[in-house]
Design a protein around this ligand. Sequence first.
Ligand code: AMP
Length: 214
Amino acid sequence: MNIILLGPPGAGKGTQAHILVEERGMTQLSTGDMLREAKDSGTEMGKVVADVMARGELVTDEIVIGLIREKINGENGGGFIFDGFPRTLAQADALAELLAETGQTLDAVVEMRVDDEALVQRITARSTCGNCGAVYNDITKPWPEDGKCANCGSTEVKRRADDNEESLKQRLMEYYKKTSPLLGYYYAKGDLETIDGLGEIDEVKARIASALDG
Ligand code: AMP
């Protein structure tokens, strides 16, 4: 089963993708993670995209489609979770072509709906474990008092360079201008399932499960 998790920054796509990987053996393809890796490892492409990402703008379609093209033929375990891709109509068309070329299908698009105020609160309070990627929130799920990640014991707290109010405003604008048209696109294709992304992680997980399993 190949699925897309669609929603604005802070909707919880990464958190829920991690759960689907753990519990269903699916394979997460996050273009944001791939771009951050390229940036951290100092590749030419990483240098090109670093400023664009820090400003909260979208990287070119060509670059992100190239990243997905490299992965889509690979091992997909229990199916791919596209997380943060596609973000434009051109990317959605490219994904449809890549899937068709490799004899695969898109089985569901799950829209995670969260109101804007909650997004700002989530993102400006967000940190992750630098080792295992577990997500924390200063208010709702603070780091354990001993400073060790509850999942893996690492003490490496990471905050994203673009998780500040200024970049977030831009990221939200990009979402509404360029990504939200995908909701109509996938609705018209009959693939769209909308769930409420507010609430406890387990509640959201259950809503996703019922969207996927019917
Ligand atoms: P994310 O981790 O999904 O929030 O992505 C972080 C940043 O990476 C975004 O704000 C964009 O600058 C860039 N990015 C990630 N995925 C895409 C994509 N599919 N298209 C364009 N830019 C992307």
